[in-house]
Ligand binder design. Structure first.
Ligand code: F6P
Length: 545
């Protein structure tokens, strides 16, 4: 049955006219009218506390969010995802990253088969391998223990592992050097290995498909680099393992499939950091901490699955993103973690959000007549404050912000932590309430300078607080955003789990490679710009040669 187009839904139309009223109101008035707002508009789940009071919403907005969810069949779609229905329609696949963190006794079926035992079998295999590396029991070809681990992957096979390693570095084995190579730019690989000894280095080649150009190119260069010293091809088995769904290609590369860690087509690349793609994370932090992270993911899954929508964190955050994107013309969301360990979290979220919801057609192939996914970006606080916050405070665009902070530092140092956290609270306060011309004048500011020093305010933000950065909290945070992305995708009626938009560029690059490498002048049949660029590049290369 063709669903009602989004913009024809009753709740959508109601939200449209409601937005027009809300746009005339200032957060100052809303807070003045409701002294309890800051306590009331909050929600808590697992270890995360969300203050969403500084949003341009009122109780009617929240009611309409739920009405839109009901009209969009959100709860049925959520049930379908958790049940393993093939909700990724364009790839005819189930979407079951939630099964990756399900407890051993859970039963989740795909095509009539319970997948949970397979998930735990891989986790157990990963744990045994991670322990053998951490303990030094696994030795390289020449008998030396492994001291360096390099994950080679890109996209979901890189961003999750890097982000999680950085986020949980405090819990990591400091004797091991962990590095990540993703870019096909040779400099990435060269810098990653320049001070390492192949005899002590393990490569994890992480690729769901094991055909990705960047990853396979880096993996082949890694093999050349390693064999440059180790000489014997049998050494590959001791220095390379694979994480993939493609056993055939893994074997072709020369990796013993006994050292391959599998996952399944129902795990999307950007949803795979808690599958075997997290092997580097597990080696760094140990199996127990990895399982704590999975428990955090699972706790948030259960919250999302069962909590009433009014208190449901992913629902609230997802709907707020829809609200600003579709009704306020907001084009971006800034993610601002006030924790240095989360420095790669915004980069990780970019793939999760934008590869998932950067779509312009609905599930049934209609062109949307509303905006979908905003651009996610950000930097850890307080660095961003001294760079781009000016625009968030006084620029011409509306940029909803997610502030993320912790009550306790993992590295208590003098009063650093209170200084750090005072900035979250101050920034969210300044964005919401600003500073009126009257306030600026009252400070004795010259009239001509008043407009420059005025802050309009009325700029929305979430504040997410947790006790401290732990593996559980990281799992909860990631799952919170995963499910928020899901909510947005359901409302926008798009397939959040395919990524056709990355295909065309890949195909064209494969066609261009021989044109760059050919010894004779190639017969170029692109547009005049592409042809000219290729010719110029070839001339520049010849000149240097
Ligand atoms: O960028 C497209 C993409 O397919 C991502 O979805 C994926 O995470 C990445 O490439 C890497 O793919 P693979 O793990 O198969 O190498």
């Amino acid at each position: 049955m063709t669903p009602t187009p989004l913009t024809e839904m009753t709740a959508w139309k109601a939200l449209e006219s409601h937005a027009a009223t809300i746009q005339t109101k200032h957060l100052r008035e809303m807070f003045a009218a409701d002294p309890q707002r800051g306590e009331r508009m909050t929600a808590e789940a697992c270890g995360l506390f969300l203050d969403y009071s500084k949003h341009r919403i009122d109780d009617e907005t929240l009611r309409l969010f739920q009405a839109l969810a009901a009209e969009s069949g959100l709860e049925d779609r959520r049930a379908a995802m958790f049940r393993g229905d093939k909700i990724n329609v364009t790839e005819n696949r189930a979407v079951l990253h939630t099964a990756l963190r399900a407890p051993r006794e859970a039963v989740i079926e795909v095509d009539g088969k319970n997948v949970v035992p397979d998930v735990h079998a891989v986790l157990d295999k990963m744990a045994a391998f991670a322990e053998s590396i951490r303990s030094g029991a696994w030795t390289g070809y020449t008998g030396k223990p492994i001291r360096n681990v390099i994950n080679i992957g890109i996209g979901g096979s890189d961003l999750g592992p890097v982000m999680a390693y950085e986020a949980l570095r405090h819990y990591s084995e400091r004797e091991l050097t962990m590095r990540f190579v993703s870019n096909v730019d040779g400099s990435d690989f060269a810098e990653a290995v320049h001070d390492l000894d192949p005899e002590e280095t393990l490569f994890i080649v992480s690729s769901k498909t094991f055909t990705t150009l960047e990853t396979m190119t880096n993996a082949h260069s890694a093999r050349v680099w390693a064999l440059g010293k180790l000489k014997q091809t049998e050494a590959v088995a001791k220095h390379f393992v694979a994480v993939s769904t493609n056993a055939k290609e893994v074997a072709k590369f020369g990796i013993d499939t006994a050292n391959m860690f599998g996952f399944w087509d129902w795990v999307g690349g950007r949803y795979s950091m808690d599958a075997a793609i997290g092997l580097s994370t597990m080696i760094a932090i140990g199996a127990e901490n990895f399982r704590r992270m999975l428990a955090g993911f699972h706790a948030m899954d259960e919250h999302f699955r069962t909590a009433p929508l009014a208190q449901n964190l992913p629902f609230l955050m997802g709907m707020l993103t829809v609200w600003y994107t579709s009704f306020f013309g907001a084009e971006t969301v800034a993610v601002l973690p006030y924790d240095n360990y989360l420095k790669r979290f915004p980069a990780y979220l970019q793939q999760l959000t934008m590869e998932s919801n950067g779509k312009h057609v609905t599930l049934d192939g209609r062109h949307v007549n509303y905006q979908t996914c905003p651009i996610f970006w950000g930097e850890p606080g307080t660095n961003g404050q001294h760079s781009f916050y000016q625009l968030i405070h006084q620029g011409t665009r509306l940029i909803p912000c997610d502030f993320i902070g912790f009550a306790h530092s993992l590295n208590p140092l003098g009063n650093h932590h209170d200084l750090l956290m005072s900035n979250i609270f101050a920034q969210a306060e300044a964005l919401a309430f600003g500073k009126t011309p009257e306030q600026v004048k009252a400070e004795g500011t010259a009239d001509w300078l008043v407009p420059h020093r005025t802050f309009e305010g009325n700029r929305p933000s979430n504040v997410i607080l947790a006790e401290k950065m732990t593996p559980e909290i990281l799992g909860q945070l990631v799952a919170l955003y995963e499910h928020s992305v899901f909510v947005q995708g359901v409302i926008w009626q798009i397939d959040s789990f395919d990524q056709w938009g990355v295909e065309l560029g890949k195909v064209l690059a494969v066609r261009i490679i021989p044109e760059l490498e050919s010894a004779t002048e190639p017969d170029l049949r692109h547009d005049s710009s592409t042809n000219a660029l290729i010719r110029r590049y070839r001339r520049m290369r010849r000149k240097q040669a």
